[in-house]
Design a binder for this molecule. Structure first.
Ligand SMILES: *[C@@H]1O[C@H](CO)[C@@H](O)[C@H](O)[C@H]1NC(C)=O
Ligand SMILES: *[C@@H]1O[C@H](CO)[C@@H](O)[C@H](O)[C@H]1NC(C)=O
Length: 208
């Protein structure tokens, strides 16, 4: 589907994980991730997890989906521990941030809208961010993973970018606001190789 900012987007079904049972709730057109008959491992393939260790209200494990075809990969060299996740100001991250000092060396948390995913990533990179996590907290998209694809602009993004489901984005953003904190502390990625799916510490507001 083509949205106003001229990026092609594909909506993928959010995967509900209940005791190893995978139930896709929505499968859009051009859906690259087949939901039927695939194993949990295949569906999760490519997605990553990070955990928030502070504040305690947000101490859960969150799934993110790396950008499809722009930015640096989340490869073996990318491993961060106890690093601030900082909501960028202004929140859409389409212009150089007011909180440059907080973004530098950290992970930028950005809302979808106003400019392309890649542009946000490039702006955060210039501000010194190590990676970006982008979310769409609007009501109609809060349950979906959105594939972030290249906008075909010339400039390249050289840091990793990933998409966080809106429900999680909303809770992270609102909780930080409520606590008057301008960052959370995260570990990314976390290795869940030997963690059974139902043992993953998913946020309770997802209702899983
Ligand atoms: C990981 O990706 C970065 C950025 O593309 C690259 O510089 C680095 O060499 C890669 N590391 C590995 C182990 O592949
Ligand atoms: C995850 O942990 C397991 C067990 O410690 C290890 O064998 C595996 O290589 C790790 N995976 C990554 C991507 O670090």
């Amino acid at each position: 589907m083509v949205l106003s900012n001229n990026i092609l987007l594909e909506k993928c079904g959010v995967i509900m994980i209940i005791y190893n049972l995978i139930v896709p709730t929505y499968s859009g057109p051009n859906n690259l991730h087949l939901s039927d008959g695939t194993s949990p491992a295949e569906i999760i393939h490519g997605d990553l997890f990070f955990e928030i260790t502070e504040p305690i209200e947000l101490e859960y494990t969150y799934r993110i989906r790396p950008a499809k075809d722009f930015g640096a990969p989340f490869n073996e060299s990318f491993y961060i521990q106890n690093i601030p996740l900082v909501p960028i100001d202004p929140k859409f991250g389409c212009k150089p941030p007011n909180n440059l000092d907080d973004i530098e060396g950290n992970i930028a948390f950005i809302e979808r809208g106003e400019c392309s995913f890649k542009k946000k990533t490039i702006i955060a990179e210039k501000a010194g961010a190590r990676a970006v996590i982008i979310t769409d907290i609007s009501k109609e998209n809060e349950d979906y993973f959105i594939e972030m694809i290249d906008d075909e602009s010339e400039e390249d993004a050289n840091i990793p970018a990933a998409f966080l489901m809106g429900k999680n984005g909303f809770m992270i953003s609102k909780t930080l606001e409520r606590l008057n904190r301008n960052f959370a502390i995260i570990n990314l990625p976390i290795n869940l190789t030997y963690t059974p799916i139902h043992k993953i510490n998913q946020p309770p507001w997802l209702g899983w």
